[in-house]
Design a protein around this ligand. Structure first.
Ligand code: ADP
Ligand code: LRH
Length: 432
């Protein structure tokens, strides 16, 4: 098979990988990695998307000859284009406080099936000063794709995170989009669809929501699995064939996001390793030595999903305030990991209770799968075996959907997952 290039923009780093599927195995090689994070400018938190785009171009050149390119990134954030296709300002980061006071209206969950997050695109648009000047909205991966190809579209899995898709029809909801400028939202496209070309290389739509691509590459050998896509956020849940739209599901803030092949990603956002990232930034410290020290430290537990932890800032001070005691650095790190493990367990227990789907194994994918202490604590809290890896599940899911579209591999999600399980080193943690 010809290689493909996967562009995966995470909230803490972006990468371009070159992937090949051959002989029933998938191999990926990272050709370029670059840091990412919130940028304060003009009193707002932004993404430096043009800077990221420069890095993407570098990565694509380093990837050499490829038969297709696929792009994924974090969800909900967007760029607005004017009538001539120019970007109106740097995209605002979902951690910006501009949507702080927003409340969802009654009846919304029954239409879009989405957990309430103040930063969902539909709420960002309510306070968007550029909206009157905008002719089109493109989510981040769609904007990168537009810059590469000149073609516009809205990839379905990521579009479901806007809050503007009807979860029953899988189309833009006429009632929820009524007050938006006509034509603002592009036509939908689906994973596997052609999405233009860059320098003669086809661009292929993938699960452009990074979490959707990560779930494709969960190396499950059974359908009774839960997943934790563990990076800046921990996305914790199960895969379903139909949404759960009950009052209990809404109250538990579970989301029904669109997955590849018409699946539903039924999950809860847990604050994730953002907590550690911000601690390290505050201290100017390295992760690995602190993780070693944390394995023998005693932590306190706190609710990692308290909105007080959402914004950038002095995370250790906030954690100490929440726990009501001052702590050493290893104690803070241990508190974060203990608290994330409990939040992972709560989400997995709730997902099963609310959906009726039972699970026998928990798959941890993403950068957090490299954190052995967190994986062990998660296994202990859940009372279930944890299978950790691949750390680059998102890029792998991106590669696999491109490879399938190109005819280099056939198969259902279950078959693609087996292929990942065969090809990637995995770590197992049994509950203690
Ligand atoms: P995102 O896609 O949101 O940027 P990643 O999936 O790349 O996130 O995960 C990044 C996180 O993975 C880091 O914040 C860090 O906590 C964790 N991580 C990465 N490498 C390691 C490692 N070697 N040991 C422990 N944790 C790691
Ligand atoms: C993870 C992620 C998550 C969203 C958040 C904004 O990177 O896409 O699924 O909720 O970013």
């Amino acid at each position: 098979m010809t290689a493909v290039a996967a562009v995966d923009l995470g909230a803490s780093s972006g990468r371009v990988v070159r992937g090949v599927v051959t002989g029933g195995r998938v191999a990926v090689e990272e050709v370029h990695r670059f840091p990412n994070g919130p940028v304060h400018s003009g009193g707002r938190l932004h993404w430096d998307l043009r800077g990221l785009y420069r890095e993407i171009l570098t990565g694509l050149r380093l990837a050499g000859e490829v038969g297709s390119i696929g792009i994924d990134s974090w969800a909900v954030d967007y760029g607005l284009l004017d009538g001539s296709g120019e970007l109106l300002g740097d995209p605002v980061h979902h951690r910006d406080p501009r949507t702080g006071g927003i409340k969802p209206e009654e009846g919304l969950y029954e239409v879009n099936g989405l957990q309430f997050q103040p930063f969902n695109t539909m709420f960002q648009l309510r306070v968007e000063p550029l909206l009157p000047r905008a002719s089109q909205l493109l989510l981040i991966p769609d904007l990168v794709s537009y810059w590469l190809t000149g073609e516009r579209g809205a990839e379905y899995t990521n579009a479901t995170t806007t809050g503007l898709i009807d979860v029953r029809t899988g189309r833009w909801s006429p009632s929820l989009t009524r007050d938006l400028p006509p034509g603002l939202l592009p036509e939908l496209r689906h994973p596997g669809d052609p999405a233009g070309s860059w320098n003669g290389v086809p661009v292929t739509a993938v699960g452009s929501h990074d979490t959707a691509s990560a779930v494709v590459a969960v190396p499950a050998g059974t359908d009774r699995f839960a997943y934790i896509s563990c990076g800046t956020w921990s996305l914790v849940g199960v895969e379903l064939t139909a949404p759960v739209l009950t009052g209990a599901s809404r109250a538990a803030n579970f989301t029904n996001e669109g997955g590849v092949d018409g699946t539903i990603r039924y999950l809860r956002n847990v604050m994730g390793l953002w907590l550690l990232q911000e601690c390290l930034r505050t201290w100017g410290a390295e992760l690995e030595p602190l993780l070693r020290e944390a394995s023998n430290a005693t932590g306190s537990t706190f609710d990692p999903n308290d909105p007080v932890f959402l914004r950038p800032g002095d995370m250790p001070a906030r954690i100490e305030r929440w726990c009501g005691r001052s702590m050493t650095r290893p104690e803070v790190v241990r508190s974060v990991l203990d608290s994330l493990a409990l939040a992972h367990r709560d989400a997995i227990v709730d997902a099963q209770r609310l959906s009726g789907k039972e699970v026998e194994v928990v798959h941890v994918v993403g950068g957090g799968s490299r954190n052995a202490l967190l994986c062990q604590l998660t296994a202990d809290a859940c009372g279930l075996p944890v299978v950790a890896g691949p750390a680059e599940a998102t890029a792998l899911g991106n590669v696999l959907v491109q490879a399938r579209a190109a005819g280099a591999v056939e198969g259902t999600l279950a078959e693609l997952r087996e292929l990942v399980g065969r090809s990637q080193p995995l770590q197992r943690y049994l509950p203690r």
